[in-house]
Design a protein. Structure first.
Length: 271
């Protein structure tokens, strides 16, 4: 695919997807959505990629839907996602409850980390929240935004946000659409850490590289899927599934490698 709104690179087992419309604070468009789906599918299928990092070019992460696109929706009297009839479908087919916009992240085999380098509003915040971890630049602004546009909470954020930060805190952000700085977002539990803007990407990539090298690929895949699937089921099912996976994964070569490293008191090496 000819990339016009994103860039992509792979290094040290980390795939880096960059939203690349910096002159518009990486505002979301149908083209960007299509490219993001394609890149996510490509990265998730790549055996050399153990972790995916998503960030924005310039001084913004994603400032929400593109203004021109919003005006177009208003003129047409409805929403048009701009996607072709058969877009890429990363993460689909693992669990039917994940087969929807942005929920497809839960079906990926690869952990995702959002490096929120600047404003994340509306669909930009949705994208960050559907990643497994969120690192943010100091002073970055985050907002649900929808309330100021006479819209509902978008893309399942009313389901996800309470699970990330609790119902009361989620209600605050969803009802008011107020702007939250990264420092408050850290206190709320919405982001995992805050770093100076000039260090954010380096710190995030360093964390991703460490994760990719110190934990086996299957453990990363199964653990994140357990977490997201468990949001939809009872504890007995979770315990039973964990027991099944334990039996399977102890037959993997990577289990033997991990045990050997533990006995020899050294970091594990997973090829």
């Amino acid at each position: 695919m000819d990339l016009k709104a994103t860039t992509y690179e792979v290094a040290d087992r980390v795939g880096l997807i960059t939203l690349d419309r910096p002159e518009h604070l990486n505002a979301w468009t149908g083209r960007m959505h299509l490219e993001y789906l394609w890149l996510l599918e490509r990265a998730d299928a790549d055996p050399d990629v153990r972790v995916i990092v998503v960030t924005g070019a310039g001084r913004g992460f994603c400032a929400g839907a593109d203004t021109a696109a919003l005006e177009g929706h208003a003129a047409r009297g409805g929403y048009d996602d701009g996607l072709p009839d058969r877009p890429p479908r990363p993460g689909f087919g693992v669990d039917e409850r994940f087969d929807a916009d942005f929920a497809y992240h839960f079906g990926l085999a690869t952990p995702t980390i959002a490096a929120v380098n600047g404003p994340a509003a509306g669909v930009g915040l949705v994208l960050a929240c559907f990643c497994d971890l969120r690192f943010a630049a100091a002073g970055a602004k985050l907002t649900t935004a929808h309330g100021k546009l006479n819209l509902p909470a978008e893309y399942g954020l009313s389901w996800l946000l309470p699970r990330l930060i609790g119902v009361g805190r989620a209600m605050d952000l969803l009802l008011t659409s107020r702007v939250v700085l990264a420092e408050e977002a850290l206190e709320l539990g919405l982001v995992n850490r805050v770093e100076p803007a000039e260090r954010l990407l380096a710190v995030t990539l360093g964390f991703a590289r460490d994760l990719a090298s110190s934990v086996s690929r299957r453990s990363l895949t199964e653990t994140r899927r357990q977490v997201w699937i468990d949001q939809h089921r009872d504890v007995r099912s979770s315990v039973e599934d964990a027991g099944r996976l334990l039996g399977e994964m102890m037959t993997d070569d990577d289990y033997a490698r991990g045990v050997r490293a533990l006995v020899e008191k050294r970091p594990p090496e997973f090829p």
